[in-house]
Each structure stands twice: as C-alpha cells, then as structure tokens.
Design a protein around this ligand. Structure first.
Ligand code: MN
Length: 719
C-alpha cells in the first residue's frame, strides 16, 4: 500500500462505486465530526490521528459496505479517544452508528493480557458485540488491519502482543467471515512480528526460487489455458504463491520442504457458470491423476461462510502435487470479500438477525460463552469454533448441522439437543446402523436413536470433538459419578462389615461410632465417606479397623491395626456385572474378559471397578484389598460383543488369511484388527482381535479355526 493519504473524496467515490444511489451526507458529517474530535491528536508515527479513521473507513468502503458502516469506521475511535460521547453520536448519526461505535469501543477497552481469565473475558465481550451486530466486527477488522500495517512504529513487546492477538483471534475471524484476502494479510503481518527469523527464511527461500517458480507458474497456467480453450470453456487461469504463514504451517507440519516448490503454488481457474466449473474439473481429472480424498465440492456443499469453490489436488507431469481451485466469477468475489460481498447491496436495518442466523458458528459461540464459565474451556471452545475445518450433515428432516471436521455421531446428537446427546444409544447414517464413534462425512444424513433411560458414557470423551458434547458429558459424569461412588462405597463397606457381623444400617442408626470415624477421617457426612470408599481413596478395611479399635482394648489395637476378616466362612457378596455401560464398572483392556470367564473386580483409584479375568497376571500384581469378587449376570445379549485377541499359528500358504477370515465370518464374528507374520520355520503367525458374544461363542470360533487343515494351533492371548 502506497503512502498516499486517504481523503474524504476517495472514500465517497468508493462507496458510490458500490452504491450509486447512496446518500453520502452521513459520511461527510461523520468526517467533519471525526476531524474535530481528533483535532491536534497525533499518531505515534507523527501523522495526524485522523489518518487512521480515514484508512479504516476507506477499507470498509472498499469491501463494498454502505454509509452506516463507513461512517462508523470514521467515528470508531471518537468515543474512546476524544471528548465525544455516545449520546452525541446517537443524536447526530442515529442509533445504528452509535451502536456500532459502542460495540467497537467496548472491545477496545479490554486489556488483552496473557492471563486466561482476561482473555476469556475479552472474547466473551467480543462475541456478544458481534452477535448483536456483525458490523462491529467488520469495523474492528478494518481497524486491526490498519494497526497491523502501521505496527512497525510500536515497541517490540507491543508488536508481539498485538500480533499474537491478531493471529489467534482476528485472522481466524476474518476467515470465518469468508474474507480470505484480509485473513492472509493479517496472518502474514503477525507472522512477520512473531517469528521474524522463520519469516525471513521463507522470504529468502522463495526469493532464491523465484525464477523457477515463475517459470513453472507460467508454463502451468498456459497449459491449463490451452486445455480450457480446447474444450471451449471460457475462463481465466492464474497461479499464485501461497501466503507465507500458510507455507510456514505446512513446513511445520512437515508436509513440505521449501525445495518442493510446486507445493508453494496454488492455481485458480475462474469461469462464467457453475456447469463450467464441473466441466473444467472433468477436463483436469482427465489429464492429471487426482489425489484421493482431496476433491472438495464446496459448490454443492457451500461452507458456512458462504464460500463456494471446487478444490482438487492432482499429480502433475513430474509427479508434483498441484492444488487447483475452480469457481465462478461471483463465487470469486464472495471468496475475496466474504460477508461484505453479500451485504454490499443492502445495508438495511433488518439485516442483522437474518444474516447472523446464517452463521451457525456465531450462534454456537454465543451459546458457548453463555455455558462455559471456566476461562480455559471457553478459550478452547472458541479456538475450535474459529478454525473452520467443518463438515455438514443433515437431520432426517433436512436441517443442516455444521460441525468441526472429525466430529462424531455423538457430537451430532449433542448439536441437535443436549438431551438427544445424553440419551443417544445408536445412529443410522444414510440409513445404515453405525457405531456412535463414527466420524461424520459431508452430506451424511444422520438419524440419532435415543432411549429415555440411556445415559452418556465416559468412553465418549475419547472421541467427541465439539466442546459442547465434551462439556455436557463431563457435567453428567460429575453428577453420576458421585452418586455411583456413594452406591459403590456403600456396597463395599457393607461387604466388609458383614465379615464381622455388623450391618451398615445398624451402624448408621446408632450413629455415634460412624460419626466419630467420619470426623476422624475429616469427611463431611456419611455420603462423603461412602463416596471416598467408592473412589478407592479410603479402603473399607480402614473403616472397620477404626471401628474395632473404638471398642477393643487398647493393647489389641497395636497388634492388629487392620484386622483381617473373621474366618466365619461366609462368601463375600460380589458385584454383578450386568450393564457394562455402567460408569464405574469397566472391562480391563489387559485381559479382555468375556461373559463366561471367571472374573474378579479391581477397585481403582477414582475410576470405579475394572473387571479382570481371575487369572490375569496384572491383577495378581495388585494390592489384594482392592479385589472384589464379581460374576457375570445377564451380561451380553444378542448384540453385545466383546473384543478378544487370539493367535492362530498355521503352515504358511498363500491365501491363508482369506481362508481364516472367511472361517471367522461363518462363525459370526467381526475382525477389528489383524496382522500376519511368517516365521523362519515357514509358519504363519496371525493375530486377530475379534468381537464375540461370550465364551461359548469363542469356543465355536476356535472349533471352526481348528477345522482348517492348515491351522496348527489357536490360542487366546492374555494381553
Ligand atoms: Mn482504531
């Protein structure tokens, strides 16, 4: 950008270009007001302060925005930095302008510190202001763009702070609004101040390759142009070097090195009509082999920020990867200007709400900041929402849900409603039942199946992607865990007390002894104590030990601090394994018990009970007071399957793996993992993880495998 000083006339002309009928009086009035308000003020660079609001307003005008937003740009610093008041703005320029300036001022007043709470507070205010009127954000972005361009004059600490904030918040926000040119500029400027060395390295690297890059670019553009002409498609082709920051990110992710210069270029083909886009894609894929999974059709499935284009990556003549975007002229305009392109022709009062609704992410952010009181969770959530790698999936009634890439069916369920999430038991994707952890793909139609008594599972936390789902699951777990810890603690204590012929009920009724123990161990009440036992923080033996000490003569106390159970050969009550979704009861991964196996419970610290096979070597290495008898009770059922690892040793023969898997299929098991090795003695050693219903089923599987004449042995593995 040249150092030309922007004048009022430049701004007015720019507005008239986009809005020939616009009344520019408002802008002229705003100019005079702003000039008076900032009179005598200087920027750090020594320029008159007014140059800043002029630049901001000019930028907004260039985006195609109308008189209200442009005037707000001219006035954006008057309330904060001069004697002007909001009431004056309201009186002279109307409520809309005053509201926008107020929103911008509020964001500006917050200190963006390193401290999480401050940051979270800042972001909270920003989300609220921009959800109220997105023009607040547009002005703020234009403001930030000019401040970044003139950041050189500031002291280094300030440069870094402002750049960090720009990179973390404003650049992704610009991206969310579809303003990709602005986003790239903000990223590169921030990158320049934050990582000066890396920035220079990329600059120099590109400079060294300038000749080669340009030649490749020209040749490829010409080649593509010829191809279009041959197929009678009218279109423009151009190639450009990606922005520095995105090259830097790719370098960091080690996806490219600076030597692979083709990866530094991106090509764009702009055609007249939508059908030309698809025809062009056909032409390109006929010449070059497409890279699988890299074709994205954002025309059929526009992004939430209205971005449309076809993206594809293909293998070029020399084996290099070429990134190509195909779009129409109108799509291109939207891609460059983003939201502003849509609003350029209508700056009316009614637009905020309607347009805000288009931005699912904005609505989601508003919800997030309402729900997430914890600053760290809020920041994490906002960061997730700001990075727009999203997928779109539909409800059976055709509502579209926008979710981050990698989101699963559970995320989808929570996106519909918290209750749907909490109660979801399964899901159909495009009519087929699939596991809940399945990731969504663009265009999926998802039907969530719920059951009123179903509750969230801790395992979901391992795969959910959205903050909302994570937050809701944790919330539920916290409440449920407490209840279940109390119940489990009660069961454990009762079992221990029974050994010495005491009942918990009686103990609670008589009160004093228990009160004493609770007090000694510094718990608040009975439930608190029971929860601690259920959590494994206190052993039931500790309680009974104290109990016997309360009544036993002092001498005995030292001899037997934790007296073992009396030998009255009464079987201790065991846990019944019924519902394995049960929060505090889980099957151990090490030995993978299945119904029918003799099992033993192990009371973990804070994570309930894990069920191990009775002969599990890991279990044998643990403290026995944490062991608790367990038995299967009605577990399983026709659909319930449990993983088991098995090893099959065979004579080595081609095609054997196929024989084994088909035998497994006939035995009605799913294989979830398989590996095969050949030993020096020419034996095949195959390992499978299969899903079986119970022991009987597993035996059937073993029988089927042993019937294969190539199979030498089959065994279940311990871990
Ligand atoms: Mn400003």
């Amino acid at each position: 950008m040249a150092n030309r000083i922007i004048r009022l006339q430049d701004i007015v002309e720019e507005v008239q270009k986009h809005h020939p009928e616009a009344d520019t009086d408002l802008i002229e009035k705003a100019y005079i007001f702003s000039a008076k308000a900032h009179e005598g003020q200087l920027r750090l660079s020594g320029e008159p302060y007014l140059s800043h609001p002029l630049e901001v307003a000019y930028h907004l005008a260039k985006m195609g925005l109308g008189p209200v937003t442009v005037s707000s740009g001219l006035l954006h610093d008057t309330v904060e930095d001069s004697a002007a008041t909001l009431d004056e703005l309201d009186e002279y320029f109307g409520e809309e302008v005053a509201d926008v300036v107020n929103g911008v001022t509020k964001i500006g007043q917050l200190v963006f510190g390193d401290r999480q709470t401050q940051q979270a507070e800042y972001i909270r205010k920003m989300i609220l202001s921009m959800s109220h009127d997105i023009r607040v954000l547009l002005v703020k972005l234009a403001d930030r763009a000019h401040n970044m361009r003139t950041l050189g004059i500031m002291e280094p600490a300030r440069q870094k702070r402002t750049s960090r904030e720009t990179l973390d918040i404003y650049a992704p926000l610009a991206g969310r609004l579809g303003m990709f040119r602005l986003k790239a500029e903000l990223e590169d400027l921030s990158f320049f101040y934050l990582e000066p060395e890396a920035y220079q390295q990329i600059r120099e690297g590109l400079f060294r390759k300038k000749g080669a890059l340009e030649k490749y670019n020209q040749d490829m553009c010409q080649f593509l142009r010829d191809q279009l002409a041959e197929h009678h498609i009218k279109g423009e082709v151009n190639g450009r070097v990606k922005n520095f920051y995105s090259i830097y990110r790719k370098l960091q992710a080690q996806q490219i090195t600076l030597d692979e210069l083709y990866d530094l270029l991106a090509f764009r083909i702009i055609v007249d009509a939508v059908h030309d886009c698809y025809e062009t894609l056909g032409v390109i894929h006929a010449i070059f082999r497409p890279v699988p999974g890299r074709l994205k059709d954002y025309i059929g499935m526009p992004k939430g920020n209205m971005y449309q284009s076809i993206h594809t990556t293909v293998i070029g003549q020399g084996g290099e990867r070429l990134e190509i975007q195909i779009r129409t002229r109108e799509m291109h305009r939207v891609a460059e200007e983003g939201i502003a392109a849509h609003w350029s022709y209508k700056e009316r009062r009614a637009y905020h709400e309607k347009d805000a609704k288009r931005f699912t992410w904005l609505k989601q952010m508003v919800d997030l900041q309402k729900e997430l009181k914890n600053p760290q969770e809020l920041l994490e959530g906002v960061r997730l929402e700001l990075y727009p790698d999203e997928v779109y999936a539909f409800t059976p009634t055709g509502d579209v849900k926008e979710l981050p890439r990698g989101a699963t069916l559970v995320d989808f369920a929570y996106a519909i409603h918290s209750e749907v999430g909490d109660q979801c038991t399964g899901a159909k994707v495009n009519g087929r039942m699939v596991p809940l952890r399945t990731e969504l793909a663009n265009g999926d139609t998802v039907e969530i199946i719920t059951s009123p008594h179903h509750t969230p599972s801790r395992d979901w936390l391992q795969f959910v992607k959205t903050t909302k789902a994570r937050h809701k699951i944790r919330q539920w777990l916290k409440v449920a865990e407490r209840e279940q810890s109390v119940a489990l603690g009660k069961e454990l204590l009762e079992r221990e007390l029974r050994k010495s012929g005491v009942s918990l009920q009686k103990l609670v009724k008589e009160g004093d002894d228990l009160k004493q123990i609770i007090q000694d161990l510094s718990f608040v009440g009975v439930d608190d104590l029971l929860a601690a036992i259920g959590h494994g923080k206190v052993s039931p033996g500790q309680v009974t030990g104290r109990l016997s000490r309360l009544h036993a003569p002092a001498v005995e106390e030292e001899v037997l601090p934790e007296a073992p159970a009396k030998r009255g050969k009464e079987e201790p009550a065991g846990l019944k394994i019924k519902d394995l979704d049960d929060l505090l009861m889980r099957l151990a991964n090490c030995c993978q018990p299945i119904p029918g196996d003799p099992v033993m419970g192990y009371i973990t610290r804070g994570k309930g009970v894990t069920i191990h096979r009775a002969d599990c070597p890991y279990l044998a290495s643990t403290e026995t007071f944490r062991h608790i008898p367990a038995e299967w009770d009605g577990a399983g059922g026709p659909q319930k399957r449990y993983p088991v690892k098995i090893q099959v040793i065979t004579v080595d023969k081609p095609g054997l793996l196929a024989d084994i898997t088909s035998a497994l299929k006939i035995a009605d098991v799913n294989v979830t993992k398989a590996s095969v090795e050949t030993t020096a003695e020419n034996k095949g050693v195959a390992q499978f993880t299969i899903q079986v219903a119970d022991q009987q089923h597993l035996e059937k599987v073993f029988g089927a495998l042993k019937r294969l004449k190539e199979v030498i042995s089959v065994r279940r593995m311990t871990g």
